[in-house]
Structure formats: C-alpha cells, structure tokens
Design a protein around this ligand. Structure first.
Ligand SMILES: Cc1cc2nc3c(=O)[nH]c(=O)nc-3n(C[C@H](O)[C@H](O)[C@H](O)COP(=O)(O)OP(=O)(O)OC[C@H]3O[C@@H](n4cnc5c(N)ncnc54)[C@H](O)[C@@H]3O)c2cc1C
Length: 421
C-alpha cells in the first residue's frame, strides 16, 4: 500500500513511522527544508497527561471578555482574526458546557495516557536523542482557591490513570530547589510523576532520520497543493504541479490542514492559535531548574531541556500571522523573572532564542484524526496545546486504523465525523 503523509511535524512523523512499521510504502511531503521546523520547533517540551483539559473550560467566555484588549493577557484575540473564526468560535463556546467539557477531558486524558504508553513501549526502544527527562511536571499555585480547584480536577483525572501528589510550598521547594526563593508566595503545588519532557524538534529530526533508514521517502521544500480524487476516492496529491499517486493520504499539516482538506470537499474546523517561547542557556544559573514547572497563575510553562531552559506560554488568535510581537515576548521574560527571581541577573537576552508557532486548535479541544468521509483520506491534526503529548499515540492510532482497521482506542471519538462533516 502506498501512502502519502503531508507534514513532517510531530504528528506527520509519528504517523509515517507507524505506517512504515506496518509495511506501507510511505512518502512524506514537507514544504520546509527539514522536519519539525514549524509548530513542533520550540514548544513547551512537556508530554503531560496531566494537562488534558481543553482550553474551553466552563466560564471561558467571561475569562476571554475580561482579557479583551490587554496586551499582557494570557489569551488575546486580535480583531482581524475574528471574521474567519465566527463558526469555529461558536462551536468552541458550545463545547464549554460542563458535560461537553468533561467528555472532552476524558477523550484527551485517555489519548494522552495511551500516548505515553506508546512512547514507552514503541518509541523509547529506538533510543532517539531528544533530551528526554522523567521528572514529571510540577504545577504551582499562588492562591488557596487555585490549588483547591486544581486538586479537584486532578482527582477527576485519577480515573484516567493520571497519578498526582498535592504538595505544600515547602515540599514544592524540596522537589525543585530552584523554586525555593518564591516558596513563600505559593499556596502549594501538584506533582504529576508520570509526565515526560523532551525537545520536540530534536525528536522530529531523530525520528525522521530513523524513518528514512527504514525506507520512508522524504520530499522537503515541496508544497502539497491539492488532494487529487477520482470517483469519490483519493488518487494522490498534487505537489508543486506534479501528481504523486497514493492509495491513501494523511493530512498532518497542522493549521494548514483545512485548506488541503477543502480541495477534497471536506470542512475541517482547525484554527491557528499563536504561542510564544524563549529558549535560553542555563550555564550561568546558580541553581539550575530540574523539574518542568507550570505556573497556573501566570499561565507560563518552564521546561529544562538538557543545558537549556524553555519558557512557553500565551495564546493569541491572530490568524496565520507569525511575526514576533515584542510585547508578548516581553511578557515571557517577565514571567520567567517572576518564577525564578533570584536568577534574573543570569538571563542574557542576547543568548535567548525567541520563537512563535501556531497551535492547530479544534473547537472542542480534542485532536481530529483518522478516517474521513472521503475514501482513502485521513487526518492527524488539531491537537492544539497537546500535540507533543499526543503525537506517539495519535500516530499509532491513525496508522493502525489505515493498515488494520483496528485501533486500541475508540477512533470514532477523534474522527472528523463528530462535527457532522
Ligand atoms: C508555544 C507553544 C507551546 C507548546 N507546548 C506544548 C507542550 O508543552 N506539550 C504539548 O503536548 N504540546 C505543546 N504545544 C503544541 C504542539 O507543539 C503542537 O500541537 C504540535 O507541534 C503540532 O504538530 P503538527 O505536526 O500537527 O504541526 P507542525 O509541527 O506544524 O507540522 C505540520 C507540518 O506541515 C507542513 N505543511 C503545512 N502545509 C503544508 C503543505 N501544503 N505542503 C507541505 N507541507 C506542509 C508544515 O511545514 C509543518 O512542518 C505547544 C505549542 C506552542 C505554539
């Protein structure tokens, strides 16, 4: 069976790998010069089943309204992005009712848990170099109310095998000494010991190299323009004016998936949500952070990746614009200084790499993957803020569905058909 995967980010590469393991002849089409150069380039680095909650939690509308127009807000909506988002936004808000939100949490938690298992059982044996660490993640809270709400949410997620330990501020500082200077500002924390961290782009590079060794063909600097059809079924993909034939096509083109899917008559509700990150050397830090930390109060994530520290956060609806907005970058420097105030003198901005990427977000906060109404056309997109977490499991699930028609999780929960398409 000959299969084309469009996109060499986290989702396209894990799909290609598992397809090849099933014996498929796989071709990957990627417009960049190498793997993992768009959204998978400098993300928060965390594979966290603990963060399975979609962003549209109950009350999100009021939160968004409170943040409207504030450049330093965790969630920023640019007016120019609004016209193309109306249908999607309505669906996003509809999914913030408590029953829908909880059902979506469950889908994400199950996929995340499955994904960590796939990582351990199928990908860890490849020994890919990507600065993997197993210190879990530590969420910290600055008010008793925040800690209380988070503890109740963690308790719910225990049903999906997400283990956790609630900690006092003193215990937080003992687990992560780099947080000792702010311990008296904290109400406490929750440690999720089974979460994993690692550099997504290094993972992409290493997995692409491994796939090439297994016989996967990569076409870099090639633009997929259109899905080609015949008699209601996929025939291949038009790439830079040249027809590439295939029995099946997987679109893993992140926020650009809808445009390609539209050429096959499908409406895929995925919108880009811009995020930012900083990557800085830790050489001059006196106490180097060891454990990935999410500061829920300031909506920032900090993740050690080998000798470097990654700071990621903020969400901005700004269409496909990927310019680095100075005020948003400044926010990240400020957040970093609030979390590690005693190291702020060691931060050399000239040595920091500033980055922005577009999270491919579905309106219910759950990835859109697997079979579609078009014969031979499959999706692996829309994993939003959880694409690194979900990539191992989502890649295997889609490959299993195509090659064996049997999946270890109910694939219908993640299919495009749930949006009536
Ligand atoms: C600031 C930030 C922090 C994040 N932190 C985390 C985190 O800590 N944990 C987590 O789980 N997730 C995190 N994420 C989310 C995660 O990074 C994404 O969900 C994931 O990278 C998406 O992977 P992808 O393969 O779908 O997209 P991409 O990596 O963007 O891959 C899609 C590829 O398709 C290619 N492409 C698109 N259109 C075409 C075309 N027409 N022809 C050819 N090629 C095409 C692109 O060039 C791209 O390489 C974060 C995201 C951001 C922005």
């Amino acid at each position: 069976m000959r299969i084309i995967v469009v996109g060499a980010g986290l989702l396209g590469l894990t799909t290609a790998y598992f397809l090849r393991r099933h014996g498929a002849e796989v071709e990957v089409i990627e417009r960049q010069a190498g793997p993992g150069l768009e959204t998978s380039y400098a993300n928060g680095g965390m594979l966290h089943a603990s963060q399975a909650n979609p962003w549209n939690e109950p009350g999100v509308l009021w939160q968004a309204l409170r943040m409207l127009g504030r450049e330093d807000a965790a969630l920023l909506i640019r007016p120019r992005a609004l016209p193309r988002m109306l249908g999607w936004s309505w669906n996003f808000l509809r999914n913030s009712s408590l029953p829908r939100y909880l059902a979506n949490v469950e889908k994400n938690a199950r996929l995340a848990d499955y994904s960590l298992t796939v990582l351990a059982e199928h990908l860890a044996p490849l020994a890919l170099p990507f600065e993997r660490a197993d210190h879990g993640t530590l969420k910290i809270y600055r008010t008793a109310a925040e800690l209380d709400t988070a503890t109740r949410f963690a308790e719910r997620c225990r049903a999906f095998d997400v283990r956790y330990q609630v900690m006092s501020a003193v215990e937080v500082a003992a687990l992560e000494p780099a947080l000792a200077p702010v311990a008296d500002e904290l109400s406490g924390g929750i440690h999720f010991p089974d979460d994993v961290s690692g550099d997504a782009q290094r993972f992409c590079r290493a997995l692409a190299e491994h796939c090439a060794g297994l016989g996967v063909t990569f076409h870099y600097e090639c633009q997929a323009q259109e899905v080609m059809m015949h008699a209601g079924a996929v025939r291949g993909v038009m790439v830079d004016g040249e027809m590439h034939r295939a029995d099946a096509v997987v679109l893993a083109a992140a926020s650009y998936t809808p445009a390609l899917a539209a050429s096959a008559g499908l409406k895929v509700p995925v919108q880009p949500v811009k995020g930012y990150s900083l990557t800085l050397p830790m050489a001059d830090w006196r106490v180097k952070p060891r454990v990935p930390v999410i500061d829920e109060h300031y909506h920032a994530a900090v993740c050690p990746l080998g000798q470097q520290l990654r700071v990621a956060g903020t969400a901005e609806f700004a269409g496909f614009d990927t310019t680095l907005t100075p005020s948003r970058i400044r926010n990240l420097y400020d957040l970093l200084a609030r979390i590690y105030p005693s190291e702020s003198g060691a931060i050399d901005k000239r040595a920091c790499v500033e980055w922005t990427g577009l999270r491919p977000m579905s309106p219910d906060g759950v990835g859109i993957m697997g079979r579609t109404a078009v014969r031979g056309l499959y999706l692996n997109s829309g994993h939003g803020h959880l694409g690194w977490t979900m990539a191992p499991g989502a890649g295997k699930l889609v490959a299993d569905e195509i090659m064996t028609n049997r999946t270890e999780l109910a694939s219908a929960d993640y299919a495009l058909a749930r949006f009536g398409a």
